[in-house]
Design a binder for this molecule. Structure first.
Ligand SMILES: *[C@@H]1O[C@H](CO)[C@@H](O)[C@H](O)[C@H]1NC(C)=O
Ligand SMILES: *[C@@H]1O[C@H](CO)[C@@H](O)[C@H](O)[C@H]1NC(C)=O
Ligand SMILES: *[C@@H]1O[C@H](CO)[C@@H](O)[C@H](O)[C@H]1NC(C)=O
Ligand SMILES: *[C@@H]1O[C@H](CO)[C@@H](O)[C@H](O)[C@H]1NC(C)=O
Ligand SMILES: *[C@@H]1O[C@H](CO)[C@@H](O)[C@H](O)[C@H]1NC(C)=O
Ligand SMILES: *[C@@H]1O[C@H](CO)[C@@H](O)[C@H](O)[C@H]1NC(C)=O
Length: 417
């Protein structure tokens, strides 16, 4: 009797197991697409990303590394695809991106980690209308940005940095309604960058061949870098920085000219302002009250043609680079106080026409915890530096007296840069 009961129980258990729904299958089109994607890519020596991609596995969604799936109608669809491990000790992938990616029509996120993947971005990527994130960085992708990308109305982040992409940026890219983060750093893009008509937060165009004047930008922007391009023109039509949310601004190493607008110094949110190596002229506004720019703040105006006296407006910045300009007058006492208090940690004013610094600075010049470089000015006798000068400052403590005499008589016509 007990045996019969046991038998019945076992039967019941096995029936229950059999009637449990089997896990949903990966959609066959997605399965075929993954197969094609794998066929054009491979691990570089030292990477084993594809080790788990066994196409005999019944459930790729739970066994393949780099994919997640979501259930849709009657099957599983690939939801996110991350190619490569992204581990620092991994060398990444080689090969190219298969056009079959565009068959993964439920994809919301496409990531390719650093490797040496070549070829172009699939031209029909715009068919993946649910895409919110595209991040294809640190490879050797070439060709242009596919025009179809401008159909991705949910696209939030586009990061194509560190590739060999070229051509100009499709104008409608910067009007995509959801776009918040656009990173095109270190490619070979050319031409004028289009006006930004969305609530973009982060725009990084550094190290490309963009030319023309600064584009129109939204007040929402918090991070802007156009460093190391061929851009030119005045800064005063940039946008109303005074009411923007901008925290980080890098316009360095371009050909911008004209003066620095006052509102660059009045926006309370801005903590990094890098304008070095341009063709900027005029003075720094001095009407502005001293404010604390905060920890890590940096203002770099070096290697321009700026003149006039050093502004108290910068006394609240942690790292100040004003070297290689045509500044005159004395180093403001407020700077020396900030250095003493430790709120200012770097002050580079070498290669100007400054005539003095408060004697309170004598102790500071001997302190090793801050970097001060004041060499090659018109201070007599030449003031000693505290070893805080970069090699590029050269070994000369003072400017040749002949250059300083001209200046001291109020003439700036003979100043040499
Ligand atoms: C890389 O690092 C991870 C974790 O630190 C480790 O598990 C893995 O074995 C390493 N891979 C290689 C190829 O060294
Ligand atoms: C997309 O899927 C369809 C249907 O399976 C197939 O005919 C087509 O070749 C695929 N496209 C690509 C680019 O793989
Ligand atoms: C500074 O940023 C905050 C939010 O980040 C914003 O509320 C504030 O309006 C900004 N300040 C100015 C003057 O725009
Ligand atoms: C800067 O302006 C001067 C003329 O004022 C011009 O000769 C020079 O080419 C300009 N430099 C750059 C980098 O634009
Ligand atoms: C800026 O450079 C352009 C082109 O070289 C020149 O036409 C313009 O006058 C310059 N503006 C200023 C304020 O120097
Ligand atoms: C500078 O001005 C003083 C008088 O103000 C004059 O004696 C001197 O010769 C001038 N030096 C030069 C180099 O013009």
């Amino acid at each position: 009797m007990a045996q019969l009961q046991l038998l019945l129980l076992l039967l019941l258990v096995s029936l229950t197991l059999q009637t449990q729904p089997s896990p949903p299958k990966l959609n066959p089109i997605d399965f075929a697409a993954l197969f094609s994607i794998k066929s054009t890519l491979s691990d570089l020596p030292g990477s084993n990303f594809f080790a788990s991609w066994d196409f005999l596995s019944p459930h790729p969604c739970s066994t393949f590394s780099g994919i997640t799936c979501s259930f849709e109608s009657d099957s599983l669809r690939v939801d996110t695809l991350t190619l490569g491990t992204g581990l620092v000790n991994s060398s990444g992938l080689t090969g190219s991106l298969s056009n079959s990616i565009t068959n993964l029509t439920s994809l919301t996120q496409l990531v390719l980690y650093s490797g040496i993947v070549t070829g172009s971005i699939p031209s029909q990527i715009g068919e993946l209308t649910h895409l919110r994130v595209i991040s294809l960085t640190n490879n050797r992708l070439s060709g242009g940005i596919p025009i179809s990308i401008t159909m991705l109305r949910d696209l939030h982040t586009l990061d194509l940095s560190y590739n060999e992409l070229s051509g100009s940026v499709p104008p409608s890219l910067t009007s995509l309604p959801s776009l918040k983060v656009l990173v095109l750093e270190s490619n070979r893009f050319l031409g004028e960058f289009p006006a930004v008509l969305t609530q973009l937060l982060h725009l990084d165009l550094r190290n490309n061949g963009f030319s023309g004047e600064l584009m129109l930008l939204p007040l929402s922007i918090r991070y802007l870098s156009v460093s190391q391009n061929q851009m030119w023109g005045p800064l005063n039509n940039l946008f109303s920085l005074s009411s923007s949310e901008l925290v980080y601004l890098d316009l360095s190493m371009n050909h911008f000219n004209g003066t620095i607008p006052q509102y660059f110094f009045t926006n309370p949110n801005l903590s990094t302002m890098l304008l070095q190596r341009n063709n900027l002229t005029g003075g720094i506004v001095s009407l502005v009250d001293f404010r604390h720019y905060g920890e890590g703040s940096t203002v770099d105006l070096s290697h321009n043609f700026l003149s006039g006296e050093l502004s108290v407006a910068l006394a609240g910045v942690e790292n100040v680079f004003l070297n290689n300009n045509r500044f005159t007058g004395v180093v403001p006492t407020e700077y020396v106080k900030s250095l003493s208090a430790g709120s200012m940690k770097t002050l580079y004013v070498q290669h100007n026409y400054l005539t003095g610094i408060s004697t309170e600075a004598d102790g500071l010049l001997l302190s090793g915890s801050i970097s001060i470089c004041i060499s090659y000015n018109c201070m007599v006798p030449g003031v000693a530096d505290n070893g805080g000068c970069p090699v590029s400052a050269g070994g000369l403590l003072s400017r040749p007296a002949s250059q300083c005499i001209e200046f001291k008589n109020g003439s700036t016509s003979l100043l040499q840069h």
